[in-house]
Design a protein around this ligand. Structure first.
Ligand SMILES: Cc1ncc(COP(=O)(O)O)c(C=O)c1O
Length: 290
């Protein structure tokens, strides 16, 4: 498998970064995960915009232009044919001559990109739905930055696994924020709800698309704070991410969500999302709706 590292294309086994890289020492960097369907990156401009926002928030300049990113993605994707892929890109502040918390004046960023197969969702799991638990959100105050520093997310995800669940929905000051690697939606009495964007959650590309699809289809939806008690009384819960897409959650804290099966509103949204992917497979466009 060929990967991109700092201007070169080389086999993964040969890709090396120095141990003084600040990504390795401090987790000083940001990343993106971009699905590609039929060889076409999905919602590419939105992902690159979020990358630029994350970089600005950690006081870095974009190391490459959007055109250069696109060239790299196509160089990695083109030999892989039409199979679904997930592009992973990471930018760290780079390697400085010594370990220093303050941001060094001159340091060259490390830029890494690889593409891995995006396995189709397990149909049994989709039919059964995910189990989730609620956990206290112990992360920092800038969860809107897609930082590679993911220790709190890792620990929460493992705590969910230890409890026999698939995902944790995090709760800060009584309000549900997001999953460990996903945003969430709930449905109550026919209305789709999700928390508004803030520093407490990642502005998910899938989240935005779900809202867009809901509005276009005339499904009632709103962005507002969601107390954890309201989440517990939901008719449906979904989690969304670029790799999970829109997944139903059918158990929360060991209790069934609604009737314990993926709900009718999820079915509608999943169909809209699938249609959107199918359109991209048919031809390169960043839009879902012509
Ligand atoms: C913490 C967190 N929230 C939300 C998401 C969903 O974001 P997206 O839909 O852009 O994949 C992710 C994705 O990995 C995530 O890590």
């Amino acid at each position: 498998m060929l990967v991109y590292l700092n201007g070169d294309y080389l086999p993964l086994e040969e890709a090396r970064v120095p141990v003084l890289d600040r990504g390795f020492l401090f987790g000083d960097g940001v990343y993106e995960v971009i699905p590609a369907y039929g060889g076409h990156p999905f919602r590419l401009e939105e992902h690159l915009q979020r990358l630029e926002n994350s970089l600005r928030a950690i006081r870095m300049e974009p190391p490459l232009t959007r055109r250069q990113w696109r060239e790299i993605f196509h160089r990695l994707l083109d030999p892989l044919g039409d199979a679904d892929q997930q592009l992973y890109l990471q930018v760290t502040r780079g390697a400085y001559e010594r370990r220093l918390h303050a941001i060094p004046g001159t340091v060259t960023p490390t830029v890494f990109v690889m593409s891995n197969p995006l396995a189709p969702r397990d149909p049994e799991l989709v039919a059964r739905g995910l189990a989730a638990v609620t956990l206290e959100d112990i992360r920092w105050q800038r969860c809107d930055i897609k930082a590679i520093t993911l220790l709190a997310n890792i620990l929460a995800q493992q705590q969910a696994r230890d409890a026999g669940a698939d995902e944790a929905i995090l709760v800060r000051d009584g309000l549900a924020t997001e999953g460990t690697a996903s945003n969430f939606f709930l449905v109550k009495e026919g209305r789709i709800l999700t928390p508004p964007k803030s520093a407490h959650l990642l502005p998910g590309i899938t989240r935005d698309l779900v809202l867009e699809l809901a509005r276009e289809a005339g499904l009632p939806c709103a962005e507002r704070d969601i107390p954890v008690e309201e989440l517990k009384g939901a008719d449906e819960i979904w989690v969304t991410s670029s790799t999970k897409e829109v997944m139903p959650v059918t158990r929360l804290d060991g209790r069934p969500v609604g009737n314990g099966r993926p709900g009718p509103m999820w079915q509608k949204m999943d169909a809209l999302y699938s249609a959107c992917k199918a359109r991209l497979r048919a031809g390169p466009t960043n839009q879902c709706h012509e």
